[in-house]
Write a protein that binds this ligand. Structure first.
Ligand code: SF4
Length: 670
């Protein structure tokens, strides 16, 4: 009997009206080799999908996955994942999301649902226990945004159903569209909402009745209780409150920047935990702008010069949380970093919408020098309803601002909007055009690379992307760990993602004070856990495949309490692996995802990032002044450590043998 995982996946052939459903039992050996989540999906998609398909070919498979730990009682285990060939980048694509969908999906009895084909008319997948149907979505498609769709489906079927849907973004095949659940949580990256739209699939509406069996529930409960005891124990609460607050205060900005530049900012993991539980990710906006982590003015500016803390504070900490009406956490999460906000007055009154994350606050704040938090809340709400990635949209908006400055765009092309730095009033109407695909929005809705290609190739110099995906709001030129971050942007199977590689494995491995001291930043991979930089990059990178295979949230790390994922997983499944064995499994997963790209003809050149983000030309001022990290050299070291050819990135035959991937070897080498 499967424990921890459900042992089955569901295939839904949308082209087959009469008999669309097929269950497939997955042997335990496959879970041991690939876990669930991205891993199981990568294995099945690599095996089943024809190489070289166009983005919207019906043969492109869309997977909706959960993790091994989802529904087992382990904390932070409520992530679900969308996977498939990215319409945005042409590479392996994935996106990750919280909320309450994941446990409901798993309780349908499936670890993943794979959609193939294309429906003749809009439909949604309805699962209630063992009952499965494809139902007509004609009343939803083209009429309802994601919030309205969720309302409608809950009204029709009941409030205990969980819903994931696409909005106008996915329906219009916007290449930066995502898939939304819980009224505004979005699996945003890689344009997988467009893949869903291309299949005429509007939504999933699910209610599961199958329990997740646990091999050793006594141990599982004890581990979880012990974790919670540690998690609630703040040893220096006064310090954590003080540090959490002063980093957003203009009065202390020079001091904070100076300490940060010299790696002397007392940034402890307990403080990070306090910041996340108190403010969520908006608790770092002002500090990140000040210390060089956030890109400013479309990556050509410097925080303390162009957008100093006396501005950045307005999109940070209490200036955001003043609108909070309700704290919010994903399924079984003790950190509860989210919240609902309501804006009672001003130009855009709103009720109970999601609090914008750091990424969104930067994308529509530091990137265009705008400090109007109410407008960021409004844009966040608009894009969540439309099912469009706020990171990608913010990047294309910032590109438009710079293109306007350069004369590439004019008041005529923008439909009368003046895209001058700091003019946040132009943002809401511009985003509306992107959502509707109207006017200039028709060219911006497919992301920054295509926008630059359409208007003027020179503007590609400031179209901030890696491999076609818009860069997130963390600057790899930053002196604190930027090297590893930049390598992740250009070397990961899904380029341009900031959550695909962390130093989190260091947190797991190192209880020692000596190694903890060497941690300087969430993204640093410079800890000498291993002898070589390449090995550190490899382990940090592979660790996230473990996190995703288990269905965990990345914020589970960096809080000063190490989640016992090995013990949780062994207790849930009855396996008996140690951390090194799981890390090797993660390396296998990473390699299959990477091999998918190689088979698609993706080369290392295809996933490079815009040179401005590499420090070419270098910034003349600020914390990142003169920094031009050698990302290409580090990528070679990473490839070597992964067992790939350092020039082409192709996994070597002996690596594929070592990882027991004969099918991949055959596909790559014949
Ligand atoms: S830390 Fe935040 S994003 Fe992660 S699971 Fe908890 S509430 Fe969700």
């Amino acid at each position: 009997m499967p424990c921890g995982f459900m042992g089955k996946v569901l295939w839904v052939d949308l082209s087959n009206e009469k008999n669309p459903f097929k269950e497939e039992e997955i042997p335990e050996e496959i879970y041991k080799k690939f876990l669930s989540g991205y891993g199981l999906a990568a294995h099945l998609i690599f095996e089943r999908q024809k190489p070289g398909l166009e983005a919207f070919d019906p043969g492109n498979i869309l997977g909706i996955m959960t993790g091994i730990l989802t529904g087992t009682g382990a904390f932070f285990s409520g992530r679900w994942m969308a996977v498939g060939k990215s319409p945005l980048t042409g590479t392996w694509g994935d996106a990750n999301c919280g909320g309450y969908l994941a446990p409901a999906l798993k309780k349908t009895g499936y670890d993943g649902i794979f959609f193939t084909g294309k429906s003749k008319k809009p439909v949604y997948l309805f699962i209630d226990g063992d009952k499965k149907e494809l139902l007509d979505a004609g009343e939803l498609w083209g009429k309802l945004d994601t919030n309205e769709t969720e309302d409608k489906l809950k009204e029709l079927h009941g409030k205990s159903f969980q819903v994931a849907s696409i909005g106008p973004g996915g329906e219009n095949l916007s290449l930066i569209a995502g898939i939304v659940n819980d009224y505004g949580r979005i699996a945003a990256r890689s344009g997988l909402g467009a893949l869903m739209g291309s299949k005429n699939l509007k939504a999933l509406c699910v209610r599961g009745t199958h329990a997740v069996d646990i091999y050793d529930s006594e141990t599982q409960s004890r581990l979880t209780a012990d974790f919670m005891d540690d998690f609630c124990d703040y040893k220096h609460l006064c310090r954590d409150k003080t540090l959490g607050s002063i980093t957003a205060k203009p009065l202390f900005s020079s001091l904070v920047r100076c300490l940060s530049t010299h790696n002397m900012l007392p940034d402890t993991e307990e403080t990070d935990r306090y910041v996340m539980t108190h403010w969520g990710t908006c608790g770092i906006t002002a500090m990140a702008a000040n210390t060089g982590d956030s890109p400013v003015k479309n990556w050509k500016g410097v925080g303390y010069i162009d957008f100093p803390t006396n501005q950045a504070q307005y999109i940070s900490n209490n200036y955001v949380t003043q609108y909070e009406t309700q704290r919010y956490g994903c399924h079984h999460c003790p950190l509860r970093c989210g919240a609902k906000v309501s804006v009672p007055d001003g130009p855009f009154p709103m009720k109970d919408t999601h609090k914008p994350e750091y990424e969104t606050l930067c994308a529509f704040g530091t990137m265009i020098l705008a400090d109007d938090v109410q407008r960021v809340i409004k844009v966040n709400d608009m894009l969540n309803r439309a099912g469009i990635d706020t990171i990608s949209c913010g990047v294309v908006v910032a590109w438009a601002f710079e293109a306007y400055e350069q004369g590439v765009l004019t008041k005529e092309t923008t439909g009368g909007l003046e895209l001058t730095w700091g003019n946040s009033e132009a943002v809401v109407p511009l985003v509306e055009k992107i959502i509707q695909g109207e006017g200039i929005g028709a060219y911006l809705k497919d992301g920054v690379k295509r926008a630059a290609e359409h208007f003027k190739l020179d503007s590609m110099d400031y179209a901030m992307n890696a491999g076609g995906q818009e860069l997130p709001m963390h600057d790899p030129r930053n002196h604190q760990g930027g090297l590893g971050l930049g390598v992740a942007y250009i070397a990961e199977p899904t380029p341009g993602r900031h959550t695909s590689s962390l130093d989190a494995c260091g947190y797991y491995r190192t209880e020692s004070e000596e190694l903890k001291k060497k941690r300087t930043h969430m993204h640093t991979m410079k800890m000498k856990v291993n002898e070589s930089e390449g090995d550190n990059l490899r382990d940090s990178s592979c660790f996230m495949d473990l996190v995703n295979g288990l269905g965990m949230c990345a914020f589970a790390w960096g809080n000063g309490v190490v989640p016992p994922i090995v013990e949780w997983t062994n207790a849930a499944t009855g396996w008996d692996y140690d951390f090194e064995a799981y890390l090797l499994t993660a390396r296998r997963i990473k390699t299959v995802r990477h091999a998918f790209n190689i088979r698609e003809g993706i080369t290392p050149e295809d996933t490079l990032m815009t040179t401005r983000a590499t420090g070419n030309p270098p910034l003349k001022h600020g914390p990142n002044k003169g920094n031009t990290p050698d990302f290409l050299g580090a990528r070679k070291e990473y490839y070597q450590a992964m067992g790939y050819d350092p020039e082409t990135g192709k996994p070597l035959p002996e690596t594929l043998d070592m990882l027991d991937l004969p099918g991949v070897k055959k596909a790559l080498y014949g």
